[in-house]
Design a binder for this molecule. Structure first.
Ligand code: PLP
Length: 279
């Protein structure tokens, strides 16, 4: 497949990065994952704004103007296989001698690839485990430094679960690679934005769509006890969309089947995507 690396469009097999890239030595960089439907980039403005914010928080200038980002993504999406794709883009602080301290002269490394995206079928429900949130204090940055998340997802997979839902000081933050929603007495709740969680693009869209469709949804702290007694639990992310969690730490969530609010939310989300990809 065709990828973008520092100004060039090359085959993935041809792309080369220095071992002194700070992404490799320090995990010093940020990223985005953006879905593409019918060759159109979904929620592009929101993803580029979050990228801008992640860069600012790690003291980096955005290496490219918005128009250039759009031009590059358009070319990759046009030339690569699949009407539906998932874009992975990563910006690191670039190549430097291995020294924690950085300066303003460094030339960012920009790498972008895409792969075909299968539409998820979430109707069977999935399992999750609950774990202490062992990550750092700045989870609102979409940093490439993902070792804690890798270990948490590994633990989940060893338990036959799809995701680890994380708890910090008694409160649910998010999943290792997703945001979390719960349903209780017909209402939907999700933890408010903070430095403890990534402001998910899907999360924001789900809140917006639920409210537009008359389903009560609010941003409110969710204690672990409330998670465990919820009627429904969902996790959201760009590529997984809305996933009903039907088993939590081996116990059934509600009836053990995807719930009615999930059915409704999934329908609304599907219609919104469909509308988007037809224009
Ligand atoms: N939280 C974390 C830690 C993530 O890694 C992700 C994305 O994979 C999300 C939340 C969901 O974000 P988005 O909806 O923007 O994909």
């Amino acid at each position: 497949s065709l990828v973008y690396l520092n100004g060039d469009f090359v085959a993935l097999e041809e792309a080369r990065i220095s071992p002194l890239d700070r992404g490799f030595t320090f995990g010093d960089g940020v990223y985005e994952v953006i879905p593409v439907y019918n060759r159109r980039v979904f929620r592009l403005k929101e993803h580029l704004e979050r990228l801008e914010n992640s860069l600012k928080l790690i003291y980096m200038r955005n290496p490219l103007p918005v128009e250039e980002w759009k031009r590059i993504l358009d070319r990759l999406v046009t030339e690569n296989a699949g009407d539906d794709q998932s874009i992975y883009l990563q910006v690191t602080r670039g190549v430097s001698p291995r020294d924690h301290v950085f300066n303003d002269e460094m030339q960012a490394t920009v790498f972008i690839m895409t792969k075909p995206l299968e539409q998820p079928d979430n109707s069977a429900g999935s399992a999750a485990i609950v774990r202490p949130d062992i990550r750092w204090q700045w989870c609102h940055i979409k940093a490439i430094t993902l070792l804690p998340s890798v270990l948490l997802r590994h633990e989940a997979s060893l338990s036959g679960a799809r995701e680890a839902i994380l708890v910090n000081q008694g409160l649910v933050t998010e999943g290792a690679a997703s945001n979390v929603f719960i349903c209780e007495s017909g209402k939907v709740l999700t933890p408010p934005k903070s430095r403890q969680l990534l402001p998910g693009i899907t999360r924001d869209l789900v809140i917006e769509l639920l409210q537009q469709n008359g389903i009560e949804c609010s941003e409110y702290p969710v204690p672990e006890t409330q998670l465990r007694s919820a009627d429904e639990i969902w996790i959201t992310s760009s590529t997984q969309e809305i996933v009903p969690i039907t088993v939590l730490d081996g116990e059934m969530v509600g009836s053990g089947q995807p719930g009615p609010l999930w059915q409704h939310a999934a329908r609304i989300y599907r219609d919104f995507k469909q509308e988007f990809s037809q224009h």
